[in-house]
Structures are given as C-alpha cells and as structure tokens.
Design a protein around this ligand. Structure first.
Ligand code: HPA
Length: 268
C-alpha cells in the first residue's frame, strides 16, 4: 500500500513540483471548491496508482493540486463511499497519497441530514465527534498493533477552533455536533433516526467516518464539516432523495467555501 501512495505522490510531485500542506476531501455538491484552486494541476483518479473511481452521479473523480489563499492544497474532488463496493478501505490509497504529498492535516466535507431543528438545510455543522453506526472499520485486517487507533481526539481541537474562528470572521453560522455514519446507500428509517437522536447524534450521513479512522491511523490530523441538505427521515413529512441532496448541497457549499478560504487565509 505504502509503495503505491509513494508512486502516486511521486508522479504528482513531478508535475506540481512543490509539496502540499493541507489535504481535502469534497462531499456531494462541493466540487466548486476545486474550481477555486490557482495554478491547478488536475489528475484523474484513473491515472493514479491504487485510486478508486466513484460511481455517484454528483461526484467527480479528480485530485486537484495547487494553491488556495496562499496555501498549497491537494483536493480529492470526489470520494468513493463504503456503499459503492462494501469496502471501508476504499479511500485508503487517496489519503495515504495526501500524506505522501506532505499534508499534515485533512479537511473532510460531506452532505448530511440534520437531526436538530435549529440546524436547517443549507447550513453547516462542524463535526466534533462521531458515532460509527455501521459497525465497520477500515482497519479490519490490519495485522500490526497500530490498528488499535485511539479516537478520543479524532477531530483535532485546534483545527476545530480555527474553523470556528474562520466561520465567525466571514459571518457564517457554524453549529457543531456529532455525526453518525450509516452505511447507505438507502436513507435511514424514521425509527433509526429517532434511535440515534436519543443516543446523541446531531447529523447523519454515509461517509467520512472511515476516512477519519484511516487518517488518524496514518497520523494525519482531521477537521470535518457537514453541509446540511435535509432533516433526518421522519422529521418532516417529506421522503428523502439524492436529488434533494444535489439541489440543496450548493447552498451550504457556498458557505463552506467561504469558511475554508478564511481558514486557509489565516494559515498562510
Ligand atoms: N442521511 C444519510 N445521508 C445523507 C442524508 C441523510 O439524511 N442527507 C445527505 N446525506
């Protein structure tokens, strides 16, 4: 695995020359952030060793490397989800490549359903912690003792504080809470939503958690933000749909782009 990531990173660095300090993974409807990158070099996942290809209609499959607000970034525009192949390790190679490119931290983004009335569709939620409702781990099968990864500080406190400051500086409301990973691709039932609300969940989604576990295992620090596209199943009279995720996603995406730009600006 490590060899493949280094091969991919070498191929990328041969083109982009300068190493990278921040990695990102873009969720549904967030592709616009990759278009903001200056001096962008784009790599199709299919040209990078070990990279998977997404089958989700709202996801591109490109690694975009360049500069954003004066910071060297590598953006995975398009994640591949556990539910596509039933493989929780599917983002291992892309994340290992971000690390091999020089990243010390990653910002993960996703679209999610809100379980709190006061966090409305079109708003953002900073992830403070998670519940792994799927019961899957991308580290199953790892045979070394480093598989016993501590997740007490999975979402880095300094990154969270800096994201909060960034949101404040651009006037974007940023709630924070617990994200719960359901495997998908089906949406949840109202009973499942009621259950996880009782357990302390604030948002639900079908991604991110396996990436957090992989990133922590690799020694990458993590920050993560959800764009809220809907309320959880049964909280309103409406059926959920991927169309809704795609329609509402861009509203939150605009806010998220502002927050990430401010975050990087303060880093530069
Ligand atoms: N559930 C799971 N994943 C999601 C949702 C949801 O309500 N909204 C966007 N992604």
């Amino acid at each position: 695995m490590k060899g493949l990531a280094e091969d991919a990173a070498k191929r990328i660095l041969d083109k982009v020359k300068e190493p990278v300090s921040v990695g990102m993974v873009l969720g549904s409807g967030l592709g616009a952030l990759a278009d903001e990158v200056e001096d962008a070099h784009r790599f199709d996942y299919s040209d990078l060793p070990g990279f998977p290809v997404s089958s989700v209609s709202s996801h591109a499959s490109e690694l975009v490397v360049g500069t954003l607000m004066g910071v060297r970034v590598a953006i995975l525009a398009g994640r591949v989800h556990y539910y596509e192949q039933g493989d929780a390790t599917v983002m291992k190679q892309p994340l290992a490549t971000l690390k091999a490119l020089g990243c010390d931290h990653v910002l993960l983004t996703n679209a999610a359903g809100s379980l709190r009335e006061e966090i409305a569709p079109g708003e953002l939620m900073l992830i403070d912690d998670h519940i792994n409702w799927s019961g899957r781990s991308p580290l199953i099968g790892v045979e070394t003792d480093d598989r016993f990864v501590g997740l007490t500080e999975a979402y880095d406190a300094t990154i969270r504080a800096n994201l909060r400051k960034a949101a404040e500086s651009v006037g974007v409301k940023l709630d924070s809470g617990v994200y719960t990973w359901f495997s998908g691709p089906n949406f949840e039932t109202p009973a499942e939503i009621r259950a996880v609300r009782i357990l302390g969940a604030d948002a639900v989604g079908m991604s991110t958690v396996p990436e957090v576990i992989l990133a922590r295992w690799m020694g990458l620090k993590v920050g993560a933000i959800s764009t809220i596209t809907n309320y959880g199943a049964g909280m309103t009279g409406n059926e959920l749909s991927h169309e809704e995720t795609k329609e509402i996603g861009p509203i939150g995406a605009k806010k998220l782009i502002k927050v990430i730009r401010a975050y990087l600006d303060a880093m530069a």
